[in-house]
Structures are given as structure tokens and as C-alpha cells.
Design a protein. Structure first.
Length: 66
């Protein structure tokens, strides 16, 4: 089952670890805050998107059951 990518935009500090891990799901805006390029994460992409979310130093990203 697909999951939903979620972000805490207040917590994001713009470290961009998530962008390195999954640049097709995460980007940074002009203010250095994360942007979700796709919120729905199919099962096939879940391992690498979850890993990218875990790489966030301030735990601003997570996946939820949809
Ligand atoms: S890794 Fe975390 S702090 Fe860095 S841009 Fe992504 S969400 Fe923001």
C-alpha cells in the first residue's frame, strides 16, 4: 500500500540530506525549506524515500499510511 510523505516545514533547517537521498520526492524552495514534489510514495520507492526521510537531522520528514 502506498504511503504519504509528510514534512514539518517549521522544523526543516534546509540541510538538504533528503534531497540527496530522493531528489524526485524532495526539493528546497528559495527560502531553504523542503518542498514535497510528490506526497504519495508507492511501495516500490518506499525503502529509499524512508531512508531519505530518516537522514533528516531534525526529523522533519516521515511517512504515514495512506
Ligand atoms: S533533510 Fe530535513 S532539514 Fe534538511 S531539507 Fe530535508 S527536511 Fe529539511
Amino acid at each position: 500500500m502506498a504511503k504519504q510523505a509528510k514534512a514539518d516545514y517549521e522544523a526543516c533547517q534546509g540541510y538538504a540530506n533528503c534531497v540527496m537521498g530522493a531528489e524526485d520526492y524532495f526539493d528546497l524552495d528559495d527560502d531553504g525549506k523542503v518542498v514535497l514534489l510528490a506526497s504519495e510514495v508507492p511501495e516500490s520507492d518506499e525503502p529509499r524515500v524512508a531512508e531519505a526521510a530518516r537522514s533528516c537531522p531534525v526529523s522533519a520528514l516521515w511517512l504515514e499510511d495512506s
